[in-house]
Design a protein around this ligand. Structure first.
Ligand code: ZN
Length: 294
């Protein structure tokens, strides 16, 4: 009974954080700087070619929310409308026993569907997830269709008040982020991206300052799929289709236990957005376009 209560509580905490993906950021505007050199994480030799945003005011970690709103009509490009599907691979340090007892924090069927439909995507992975599913982490990391980015080590919040998530202290933030990259490296993920998604989407100036030395670009979103704990795929599908505009970043999850209808949503959303003239891209392409290199 106690374990059931504890489990329910933990699920609710994670659920709240997942659902919190509804809130938007604090309104920082990314500042494109085409001439700025791309910061490179130490574990990523090819990252010098990776588009990142230049630091924000006072050197703060830049925050990216969506790409240019262009439909490509002006410059005559075909398929000018782009959209990035992003999938968060959440897992907390204390969920290991639940995974060991059969709960699935991965979603191989979803990944298979993305591959079958030839949809590029960006996966924001916790280090803990890479430890639990190293084969899948490596497979995703080696597949050029996907890019792996950082979603913290154990999905602890980087601000004090973030939907009940436990918090990482300011002094530990950088180490937590680096620990996730170390887990990716150990799993055999080559060249993870220097992009970071805050757990629960919660950040403040102090967190942006603390991470500035890591060279990451913080990546939020402008479309909330609402897939966390959703049971109605149609409602999630509608929410995505209603929300997507050119350059949109859609937040979804690739954790089956916490987001059971996501694969079904992808099967519905992908052909419809293509019918509307959208091309699926990874976040790096949107950031490159924001920098004027796209
Ligand atoms: Zn998350």
């Amino acid at each position: 009974m106690i374990s059931l209560v504890r489990r329910t509580t933990a699920l609710c905490v994670l659920g709240a954080a997942l659902a919190a993906c509804g809130t938007s950021g604090t309104g920082q505007t990314p500042r494109p700087a085409p001439s700025a050199p791309a910061p490179a994480p130490s574990s990523s030799p090819s990252a010098s070619r990776t588009p990142t945003l230049a630091p924000g005011p006072a050197g703060l970690t830049p925050v990216f929310e969506h790409g240019p709103r262009t439909d490509g009509a002006k410059d005559g490009r075909k398929n000018g409308k782009t959209v990035a599907l992003t999938f968060d691979a959440d897992m907390t340090a204390d969920q290991g026993p639940r995974a060991a007892s059969g709960e699935r924090f991965d979603n191989p069927q979803l990944i298979a569907t993305l591959r079958r439909l030839k949809v590029p995507a960006t996966v924001f992975m916790t280090g803990r997830w890479a430890e639990e599913y190293p084969d899948q982490a490596r497979s995703l990391g080696r597949d050029p269709r996907f890019e792996i980015a950082n979603h913290s080590y154990s999905h602890y919040a980087y601000t004090d008040d973030c939907y009940g998530l436990p918090t990482v202290s300011k002094d530990d933030m950088r180490a937590d982020l680096e620990r996730a990259y170390a887990a990716f490296e150990k799993a055999g993920v080559p060249n993870p991206m220097p992009y970071f998604r805050f757990p629960g989407g919660c950040y403040d100036k102090a967190a942006l300052k603390e991470l500035s030395a890591t060279g990451v670009t913080a990546v939020q979103w402008d479309v909330v799929s609402g897939d966390a704990f959703a049971t109605n795929a149609d409602a999630v599908t509608r929410q995505v289709l209603d929300g997507v505009r050119p350059g949109s970043v859609v937040v979804m999850h690739c954790t089956r236990s916490a987001a059971p209808v996501t694969e079904e949503v992808v099967r519905a959303v992908v052909p419809e957005l293509r019918r509307r003239g959208y091309r699926f891209v990874k976040v790096s392409e949107l950031i490159g376009a924001a920098n004027g290199r796209g």
